[in-house]
Design a binder for this molecule. Sequence first.
Ligand code: SF4
Length: 73
Amino acid sequence: MEDISKKYDNGEVTILWQPHLCIHSANCVKGLPRVFNPGVKPWINIYAAETEGIVEQVSKCPSGALSIINSGD
Ligand code: SF4
């Protein structure tokens, strides 16, 4: 299977989402459900929280499926 990745950019930061790495710990969904909601598409709404909170939550992803890259990368 081809590894796909997606980027979500709010103009300050970009979340890089690499689903093949996800171990479904649900840290992100529990920690910041307004942003990470698997029940809707797209499942990441980067505009639903402040950048600081998003960066903090992404840093708690144990698998690296969620990571932060600089906008424009
Ligand atoms: S925190 Fe990371 S590993 Fe856990 S469900 Fe979210 S994306 Fe997947």
